[in-house]
Design a protein around this ligand. Structure first.
Ligand code: ADP
Ligand code: MG
Length: 399
C-alpha cells in the first residue's frame, strides 16, 4: 500500500514545457484519474511516476520514500499500457510469468536449459506458475493461459495485460488509457472490471484517460490537466458542478457547456442581450463577464418569459429516450447552444422553429473574461470546497 506525493514536477523536451510544476498528493488506496485532452502531458507524468522517464525538476515520493533515484523495478509500481505491450511469441502464461522470473530468478537460473539444473530453480518456477495461475483465475483467463496474444479477443488481451501487472502484487497500479483499444461496448464492461479490481485489491490506482465518462465513473478524484498544468483536482461531481475555471468547465461535460458574453449592469445584475439576470457579482458596473450554462440548466419559456436569456432557431432535435437535446442557433452566439430537456416534459418543437430559453440565476457559472471563476452569493459551495480536496494546494504548493 502506498500514497504518492508529486512535488513541482517539471519536464521539457526542448520546446515548450510538457509538465509545468505539477504537484499532487494521491492517497493510499485512492483511485485517481489524470484527465485531459491528447498531448496535455498525462503519459509523461505517469511515466515519470513509474520511473520510465526522468523529470527535469521536482520529486516523486511513493509510500513515504523518495524514488527519484530508483529504477522502475524498484518502485513497487506496475504499469498497464494502452498497447498492452504483450510479447506475441510467448504464451499468456509466459507473458504473465515474465515479471516474476525477472524478479525471483537469478540470471543463471533464467537460462533455458542450464537454469533448470541449478539448485532451487525448480521450486521457484513452480511457485511462479502457481502465482500466475491464481492471478489468471481471479481475472477469469485461466483457460487461455496456453494461448498466444494473437489468439485472444481484445478484452482477454486487456485482462492479460492487467494480470501481468497484478502478479507482482504492486502497491501502485499505473494505467495509461488501458481501454482505448476496445470497442465502445467492451469498454463499458472493462471499466466496471477495473473498478472491481480496485475495490478488491485496495491499492492505489493512477489512471490516465482523455475520456471524461471513464474519469467520472471510475475515480475517487479526478485531476484535470491542460497544457502540462493541473487545473483542478476534486471529486468527479464537484469538478462538473463547481469548475475552477472556464477551460475546465468547457472540457468537462457532454454536451458542452454554453458560454455567453455579458456585462455587469448599473444597479448590479447582469445584462445579456436585451435581458437582465439578477446575479450579484461584486464587480464594477460595465465590466465584462462570461456566463457558463450547462445544457440541463436551460428551460424553454414563452417569449419574454421569466429568466429568459437566449432565443434562437432550432437547428436540430435529438431524441435520446429519456432526454432530448435541442441544438439552437442563438442570437449573438458563435457556436450552437445545446439544451438538455426531459423528453416527457419538453414542449413539442421542430427544427426551424423559434424558441426561448430561460435559466435560473443560481444555475449560472460565472467567469471573468480571462477565464477564472467568479463566485457569487448564489454559489452554494464556498471556494474552500474546491481547494480542500487538493492537498498539494493546501500545503501551499503552486497548482
Ligand atoms: P498525453 O499522454 O496527455 O497525450 P504526452 O505526455 O504523451 O501527452 O505528451 C505531451 C507532449 O509531450 C506532447 O506534445 C508530446 O508530443 C510531447 N512528447 C512526449 N514524449 C516526448 C518525447 N519523448 N520527445 C519529445 N516530445 C515528447
Ligand atoms: Mg498519452
Amino acid at each position: 500500500m502506498a500514497a504518492i506525493s508529486l512535488d513541482r514536477l517539471s519536464k521539457d523536451y526542448g520546446g515548450s514545457p510538457v509538465l509545468d510544476a505539477v504537484s499532487l498528493d494521491i492517497e493510499d488506496g485512492e483511485f485517481l484519474t489524470l484527465l485531459g485532452p491528447s498531448g496535455c502531458g498525462k503519459s509523461t507524468l505517469l511515466r515519470i511516476i513509474a520511473g520510465l522517464e526522468a523529470q527535469d525538476s521536482g520529486t516523486v515520493v511513493i509510500g513515504g520514500l523518495a524514488v527519484d533515484g530508483l529504477r522502475p523495478k524498484q518502485r513497487g509500481v506496475a504499469m498497464v499500457f494502452q498497447s498492452y505491450a504483450l510479447y506475441p511469441h510467448m504464451t499468456v502464461a509466459a507473458n504473465m510469468a515474465l515479471p516474476l522470473k525477472m524478479r525471483r530468478l537469478s540470471p543463471l537460473q533464467r537460462l533455458p536449459i542450464v537454469g533448470r539444473l541449478l539448485a532451487g530453480t525448480q521450486a521457484k518456477v513452480r511457485q511462479i506458475e502457481e502465482d500466475v495461475r491464481q492471478t489468471a483465475s481471479a481475472l477469469e483467463i485461466e483457460h487461455v493461459l496456453g494461448r498466444k496474444p494473437g489468439e485472444l479477443s481484445g478484452g482477454q488481451r486487456q485482462r492479460v495485460a492487467v494480470g501481468r501487472a497484478m502478479v507482482r502484487r504492486p502497491s501502485v497500479f499505473l494505467m495509461d488509457e488501458p481501454l482505448s483499444n476496445l470497442d465502445a461496448k467492451l469498454r463499458v464492461t472493462m471499466r466496471a472490471e477495473i473498478k472491481q479490481l480496485h475495490r478488491r485489491l485496495g491499492v492505489t490506482f493512477v489512471y490516465v484517460t482523455h475520456d471524461q465518462a471513464e474519469a467520472m465513473t471510475l475515480s475517487d478524484r479526478v485531476a484535470v490537466m491542460l497544457d502540462g498544468k493541473l487545473r483542478q483536482v476534486g471529486r468527479p461531481l464537484e469538478i462538473y458542478a463547481d469548475p475552477a475555471e472556464r477551460r475546465v468547465a468547457e472540457f468537462i461535460g457532454s454536451p458542452k457547456i454554453t458560454m455567453v458574453e455579458a456585462r455587469v449592469g448599473e444597479g448590479g445584475g447582469i445584462h445579456v442581450g436585451g435581458h437582465m439576470l439578477a446575479i450579484e457579482t461584486g464587480r464594477q458596473p460595465g465590466s465584462s463577464v462570461v456566463l457558463g450554462i450547462r445544457p440541463e440548466a436551460f428551460t424553454p419559456v414563452a417569449s419574454g418569459g421569466r429568466g429568459e436569456l437566449l432565443a434562437g432557431r432550432v437547428r436540430l432535435v435529438e431524441h435520446l429516450g429519456s432526454d432530448l437535446y435541442l441544438h439552437l442557433d442563438a442570437e449573438g452566439q458563435a457556436e450552437p447552444v445545446i439544451a438538455r430537456l426531459d423528453a416527457e416534459r419538453a414542449p413539442h418543437v421542430a427544427a426551424g422553429e423559434q424558441i426561448h430559453l430561460a435559466v435560473r440565476a443560481e444555475r449560472v457559472l460565472l467567469f471573468a473574461p480571462e477565464g477564472q471563476r467568479i463566485r457569487t452569493y448564489a454559489d452554494r459551495r464556498p471556494p474552500a470546497a474546491v481547494v480542500d480536496t487538493n492537498v498539494a494546494a493546501r500545503r501551499g504548493h503552486a497548482r
